[in-house]
Ligand binder design. Structure first.
Ligand SMILES: *Cc1c(COP(=O)(O)O)cnc(C)c1O
Length: 419
């Protein structure tokens, strides 16, 4: 059953059973508010879709790496997909185990590789022949065996924003399918490595399953070649990227994808691995912000600006990807409905959260910027010396602060003015 994470009750927007007004009063704004039960619900939808297959869901930590969020997926039995040593430390801090982690990323540092090798991560998703050589050298030095998959670039168009396409040949990611067999042979001859899988990740915010099935076909052809070479594959990792609805996008049909995967893979022995990030968390979060000033246009040729206390440093997706996030008032207002640009205090004209939204606004009103659970807080910065927002996790009628608001003291801590 779908959980409506953010619902209007008696005219007031709630997160599950908690009034957003109450959270704003207790924690201040801007604050990211997450619905635990939405995360649980999405995870279970995915479990159900993959029900007929031997599978593993590895939550992509980079979408939302708050420890409270990671703990939630850890409790649900998820594995994790990481792209840095820092993310591995987060997984451990949240109670996760290294053996349930797949380590992706095109530029793994020596330090990160060593750290992951010592802890025994479940699989390195290797993205180049050079990375494979580095991994061999480090494993030899540490006297351990590294479990590896090669990330294949299948050259399929996921039909998404160019910045979040990753499986086209012009992208920096993965090893071209045509070259992968040779690199696998090299891996098979290295006693420091144990080949466990094949991997791809074709992009993000993908709404159709066809690109995945095309990529799967490429991987299956490769596996045939590898089997001919005497290389056995334990798992097929199809990556993440399953899309969600921000405003009017068709959401990814997980049930249909699961059924299609079952048809193609049902009678094979390999485990299917998926690495969902956005799909699990995007719609389970909002950015709660307060209107500081209303600045109506001077005349009809000017725009109306609502200046709020959240900014591009809190949520950069509108500026970076032309993303459209839904915006709602927390309380209903008698004010006249007008078209407003929702902008922050940062000194950039690119500092906007939404443009030309029909809203009834008053100063001090609370706004909820929707679908902010993925790639929101994790891409935040201190631009303009703004402290990072607080984060709150709601569960039913109660909420927990899972990250306190960053102070200026926190920001200055690492800086050393010259004497
Ligand atoms: C970013 C990323 C993911 C998650 O992508 P979503 O679009 O959030 O599902 C999964 N795997 C890899 C390798 C990634 O880089």
């Amino acid at each position: 059953m779908a959980v409506d994470a953010f619902v209007r009750i008696n005219g007031e927007l709630h997160a599950e059973g908690v009034r957003l007004t109450e959270i704003a009063e207790a924690v201040g704004t801007p604050v990211f508010v997450y619905s635990r039960n939405h995360f649980v619900d999405r995870y279970q939808q995915m479990e159900q879709a993959l029900n007929g297959l031997d599978h593993r869901i590895c939550y992509a930590v980079k979408a939302n790496s708050n420890l409270g969020v990671l703990r939630c997926f850890q409790e649900l039995g998820a594995g994790f997909d990481i792209v840095s040593g820092g993310e591995l430390q987060r997984v451990l801090a949240a109670g996760g185990a290294a053996e349930n982690v797949v380590f992706s990323g095109v530029g793994k540092s020596e330090a990160d590789i060593d750290f992951a090798l010592k802890l025994g991560v479940g699989c390195f998703n290797v993205e180049s022949a050079s990375e494979l050589e580095r991994l061999i050298r480090r494993a030899r030095l540490l006297g351990v065996v590294a479990a590896v998959s090669l990330r294949v670039n299948p050259n399929v168009d996921p039909g998404t924003h160019p910045y979040i396409s990753t499986g086209l040949k012009q992208n920096k990611f993965g090893i071209p399918a045509a070259a992968a067999r040779q690199v696998y042979r090299r891996a098979a001859n290295a006693p420091e490595l144990r080949i466990v899988g094949v991997d791809c990740h074709i992009g993000s915010q993908i709404s159709r399953m066809e690109p995945y099935l095309d990529a799967l076909d490429r991987l299956l052809e490769l596996i045939d070649d590898l089997n001919e070479d005497g290389i056995e594959i334990e798992h097929i990792d199809l990556g993440g990227g399953m899309g969600v609805t921000y405003t009017d996008e068709t959401p990814f049909n997980m049930a249909a994808y699961g059924a299609a995967l079952s048809r193609r893979l049902g009678n094979r022995h390999e485990t299917v691995v998926l690495e969902p990030g956005r799909f699990l968390v995007a719609n389970g979060g909002i950015l709660l912000t307060r209107v500081e000033y209303l600045k109506p246009g001077f005349d009809a040729s000017y725009l109306n600006f609502a200046i709020v206390d959240a900014a591009m440093n809190d949520l950069i997706r509108p500026a970076l990807y032309q993303a459209q996030h839904p915006v709602q008032s927390v309380l209903e207002s008698q004010a006249e409905v007008q078209l407003w640009d929702i902008v922050g205090p940062v000194c950039e004209s690119g500092d906007f959260l939404a443009k030309e939204r029909s809203l009834a606004l008053e100063e001090n009103a609370l706004l909820a910027i929707g679908a902010a659970g993925a790639y929101g807080m994790v891409q935040s910065s201190n631009y303009n010396s703004r402290g990072r927002a607080a984060e709150v996790l709601v569960d039913g009628k109660s909420f927990t602060v899972v990250r306190v608001r960053e102070t200026v003291r926190d920001q200055l801590r690492l800086e050393l003015p010259r004497e």
